[in-house]
Design a binder for this molecule. Structure first.
Ligand code: HEC
Ligand SMILES: [Cu+2]
Length: 474
């Protein structure tokens, strides 16, 4: 213990030395990614951005020394609406920021552990060719900093993660991210690049159980997660936080799986991956529907989005998508492309107006998502409600008697005595108008009306808009 402490102190002292020497010579990353290319031999300070953003492509034609600064922080944040959890993070986000370097670069990695941390942390980078991927060199107690350097000898997309014992716990708390080592010629140009990492989370409470939840070692051992998530939070990329693109855009996703336990069957509903860098390596596969990403692995997928609508990113082990949170959205806007995709006729009432930008199948899937994420917390997953507290939405005579009245209920909430299926309820439903868009409210109500043995029906986003603007409805 005393030994490791004094060697830590030595590392710390060396670090300070290196910092002083290099500080004056450092060039901002903006100069690397922008116009003036950094002078050869001048260290470049990597400018990191939080997920799902990605640093810009590298245009350098020569290797450089790149300084990367990561800081481990233990923070309480929402994992789902109303559910809080203590995450262990790199730079305060799950995943940690995507690090972007070029093959041949020498990376000088500074790992700082925030003084408020309770645990020591370190980093194992899969892009490193060296013992432990840097893990032994970077064991860092709270309030300290470690530095190691490595040459990025192989291009590819690699996971980095904390490897401090118990390793599965550090990873299960969110300690992972990706490092992209670009080939010397760079990657082909695309319209958008995004960063998505799946992880499985083990909480003391059940799915959507509100309040501050703690880590559950037993569930971890059984590999039975409470949540399976993209970017560490249910809804991290849905609704207002959806990824965006325009019709015809080519989108590149840097996708990783932090685990600790579950592999991801990564799929975009309504999309086909034109190119997949299988396992993050140099092999490129084409026309792939679902790509398998193991824990501790990654993949670069590229897809064209030729028609407008909402495209769901899922783990196609589909229970995880609809009942454990592994769901994100890519919203594609632009004119309809009926020569490529056209809803001719179908079982559901054909929606008008805004639905053209988001077909009925998307609407139903989106409605199911909103129901599972929001309504099910009170009305229950089977919509049967809870006696004495939450009325049923299943076979609800109250709902079916006046489906459009429900628009105002979701927008503005409901309180006072009501009778549903001969049972009285006198409770409070909160207003959800601030957190749900017109489309989401239309979708969820259409979903509810066409499921749970209700009588069917359709609510259009334009009707929600009218009620929101103060029209009739309630
Ligand atoms: C925080 C809990 C909560 C959430 C979340 C919630 N509701 Fe409710 N809801 C209630 C309560 C409580 C009532 C009864 C209010 C009363 O007694 O006046 C109710 C009543 C209703 C009713 C009318 C009664 C019935 O059973 O037909 C509808 C329709 C409804 N909610 C739909 C929704 C939809 C759709 C969502 C999701 C977008 C949702 N609710 C989310 C608590 C909730
Ligand atoms: Cu750690």
């Amino acid at each position: 213990m005393a030994n490791s402490k004094s060697s830590m102190a030595a590392v710390f002292a060396t670090t300070v030395g290196i910092l002083l020497v290099t500080a004056t010579a450092v060039v901002r990353a903006a100069q690397d990614h922008g116009k003036p290319v950094a002078r050869r031999g001048t260290p470049i300070e990597e400018r990191l951005v939080p997920p799902p953003a990605v640093p810009p492509p590298i245009h350098r034609d020569h290797p450089a020394r790149v300084i990367v600064r990561l800081e481990t922080r233990e923070i309480v944040r929402q994992i789902a609406d109303g559910v809080r959890y203590t995450f262990w993070t790199f730079n305060g986000s799950v995943p940690g920021p995507l690090i972007r370097v070029r093959e041949g670069d020498t990376v000088e990695l500074h790992l700082k552990n925030d003084a408020s941390s309770r645990m020591a942390h370190n980093i194992d980078m899969h892009a490193v060719m060296g013992p432990g991927g840097g893990a032994a060199a970077t064991v860092t107690p709270p309030g300290r900093e470690s530095v190691f350097s490595f040459k990025a000898l192989r291009s590819g997309l690699f996971i980095y993660h904390c490897a401090t014992a118990p390793v599965p716990m550090h990873i299960a708390n969110g300690m992972y991210g990706l490092i992209l080592v670009e080939p010397p010629g760079g990657l082909p140009k695309v319209d958008h690049e995004y960063y998505v990492v799946q992880g499985d989370f083990y909480l003391s409470g059940g799915y959507h159980e509100p309040g501050l939840q703690t880590f559950d070692m037993q569930k971890l051992l059984l590999e039975q997660p409470t949540y399976v998530l993209f970017n560490g939070r249910e809804g991290s990329m849905t609704g207002p936080r959806a990824l965006t693109a325009s019709v015809g855009d080519h989108v590149r996703l840097f996708v990783g799986d932090g685990g600790p336990n579950l592999a991801s069957s990564f799929h975009v509903i309504g999309g086909i991956f034109d190119d997949v860098n299988v396992e993050g390596g140099t092999l490129v596969n084409h026309h792939v529907q679902t790509t398998l990403i193991p824990p501790g692995g990654a993949s670069i997928v590229e897809l064209e989005l030729p028609v407008p609508g909402t495209f769901l990113m899922v783990d196609h082990a589909i229970t995880r998508a609809f009942m454990q949170g592994a769901l994100g959205e890519i919203r594609v806007t632009g004119p309809p492309q009926p020569q490529i995709y056209d809803h001719v006729s179908g079982g559901e009432p054909v929606p008008a107006g805004a639905a053209a930008a988001s077909g009925p199948l998307d609407a139903m899937a989106d409605g199911r998502r909103v129901f599972n994420q929001i309504c099910s917390a009170c009305h229950q997953g089977n919509a049967m409600g809870l006696p004495g507290a939450f009325p049923p939405l299943a076979m609800s005579d109250f709902l079916n008697a006046a489906p459009k009245r429900a628009i105002g209920i979701v927008l503005h909430g409901l309180s006072g005595r009501i009778t549903v299926n001969s049972t009285g309820y006198e409770s409070v439903m909160p207003a959800l108008g601030a957190q749900l868009s017109d489309e989401e409210i239309a979708h969820v109500l259409t979903f509810v009306l066409n499921n749970f043995n209700n009588r069917g029906g359709h609510i259009d986003p334009s009707e929600v808009r009218a009620v929101r603007a103060g029209g009739p409805g309630q």
